[in-house]
Structure formats: C-alpha cells, structure tokens
Design a protein. Structure first.
Length: 159
C-alpha cells in the first residue's frame, strides 16, 4: 500500500499506533498533504483525534498550515465544536486571526455555529471582532443572523 494514503487512513480512523509507526519510518509525512490539501494536523483536529493531535504537535507539525480552502486546524475545530482541541492548538501557538479563502476566521466560525465556549476562548486569546468575511460580515453579524442571543451578548461585551 502506498505510504501517504495509508498514513491519511490511519489519521481519519484514529489509529495512533499506525500514525506513530508511519512517522517513525517517514518523518516527512508530518506536514504532508492529502488530495484536498489537508495536513495530518488539520485532519486529526477535524476528526476529533485528540491523542493524534498531541502526537503531531510534539513531533513538530506546522500548526497554522492551511488546506486547499485556506482553513487551518484551529478553524476546523471552531466550527466543529471541539473545544479541547481548540485549547490545545491555541496553547501551542495557533494564530487566532488568520483568514481563509472566503475571509472566514476562527471567531466567525465559532459565532456562525454557536460554539460559545470556543468563542470565549478565542476572545481571551486576542481574536479580532473587526474581521469581515467575503460577504462583509463580522462574527457579531453572523451571531445576529443565527439569532444566538448568548453569542450576541458575549461578542457585544467584548467590543
């Protein structure tokens, strides 16, 4: 079996032993990209594979690498709602104010998908309320569009 697809299959399925073994044999896989441009860290975060995220961070994965759409691992967990991984990524130095191809930010995703705990965490770590997506909407605008009263209050209290 080809090493790269096998490695990414281990990531998606949460097979930490397989990921670890592949990284020992081929350390360059740490920042490899799949057919969609996702890195191992982006995939592990997206699939809520917390132990694999830890392993990849220890092994030196590029924390702010972007996939084919300009999303980082932190952006993915902000819309998925994986607060534990969001905290780990931020503590490891992930940038909270990067924008993707559509102008989306971590805070915009947290607000759009009503992930209150993640929005709070992002704000505590300097997330900007001023960033606008490609449609000209801020995180607060998205919270209002969703009718999320708690998110609106949180964001308004941080302006």
């Amino acid at each position: 079996m080809d090493t790269i697809p096998e490695f990414f299959n281990h990531l998606r399925s949460g097979n930490i032993d397989g990921v670890s073994e592949q990284l020992i044999k081929s350390p360059e896989l740490i920042n490899a990209k799949d057919e969609r441009g996702s890195t191992p860290l982006i995939l592990a975060a997206y699939y809520n594979q917390e132990a694999i995220v830890d392993l990849l961070l220890v092994k030196g994965a590029e924390i702010d690498e972007m996939d084919g759409s300009g999303n980082t691992a932190l952006m993915g967990v902000c819309f998925k709602g994986f607060g534990g991984i969001a905290k780990k990524l931020i503590e490891a130095g992930a940038a909270v104010n990067l924008t993707n191809a559509m102008g989306g930010t971590c805070l915009i995703y947290a607000a759009t998908f009503n992930k209150l705990d993640i929005a709070q965490l992002l704000l505590e770590h300097g997330a900007s309320l001023q960033e606008k997506d490609a449609r000209g909407n801020t995180a607060l605008d998205h919270a209002k569009l969703q009718g999320s009263k708690e998110m609106i209050t949180l964001l308004e209290n941080h302006q």
